[in-house]
Design a protein around this ligand. Structure first.
Ligand code: C5P
Length: 227
């Protein structure tokens, strides 16, 4: 069977990572979470004094961007890839509210995007990949054979993230999460470089009222049509 490239884009916390991971596992493709890469750059910035309060020292980050190496390794316990920053497993550290609230301005910087897009294109060279993010179908893999754009209402997305954090035993406030979801939507859609938008040839999936099983079935159908 021919191997294709699958690009899944959409708003934050709309369940696209879960959907992309499950699909990749089922069809034996590699899964790459491009958001994790921007989160890792943000964590690096927090840990290396690149943030002064909310201000980003862009000059310092640009000087160090070449030192930031991100990779993924399958975690045999979860069956999903963990994110590594310069060889260190940072999977849990990049999912905190501190990183979530600082990632969008970092991801809006042109030189950060350039560096990440180059790494992503390299990872996808051999096809057989499912990548999720904001600009995969528009910028990273404009020739992807299957493109999906996922959305759901901000309230539903905030509730999902809230449940996820609670399940992990992390402190969470629904209002704070909803505010963070809205803020990230705004920054992601309005930034100058690669703003979040649906590629013209992407299929739209609003999963506000879909169960995971229904979504899975829909996705399998789309995959079978293309392959
Ligand atoms: O997908 P996730 O919510 O983990 O992504 C974190 C942040 O990284 C997003 O809010 C967005 O600002 C940024 N991002 C991006 N381009 C991508 C993936 C994520 O700008 N391809």
């Amino acid at each position: 069977m021919k191997k294709i490239t699958i690009a899944i884009d959409g708003f934050s916390s709309c369940g696209k990572s879960t959907m992309a991971k499950d699909l990749a596992r089922e069809i034996g493709y590699i899964y790459i979470d491009s958001g994790a890469m921007y989160r890792a750059v943000t964590l690096y910035s927090i840990e290396n004094g690149i943030f002064q309060g909310d201000r980003i020292d862009t000059e310092k980050l640009e000087k160090h961007i070449g030192d930031i190496h991100i990779s993924f390794q399958l975690n045999p316990e979860t069956g999903r890839p963990d994110t590594y920053l310069n060889g260190v497993n940072v999977e849990n550290k990049i999912r905190t509210m501190e990183v979530s609230s600082r990632v969008s301005p970092v991801a809006a910087l042109g030189f950060v995007r350039e560096a990440m897009v180059a790494q992503q294109q390299e990872m996808g060279k051999a096809k057989g990949i499912v990548m999720d993010g904001r600009d995969i179908g528009t910028t990273v893999f404009p020739d992807a054979e299957l493109k999906i754009f996922v959305t759901a209402t901000p309230e539903i997305r905030a509730q999902r993230r809230y449940d996820e954090l609670k399940a992990k035993g992390q402190e969470a406030s629904f209002d704070e999460i909803l505010e963070n979801v809205r803020q990230r939507d705004y920054i992601d859609q309005n930034r100058e470089v690669s703003p979040l938008r649906k590629a013209d040839d992407a299929l739209l999936l609003d999963n506000s009222n879909l169960t995971i099983a229904q979504q899975k079935e829909w996705l399998a159908e789309q995959f079978n049509i293309v392959v």
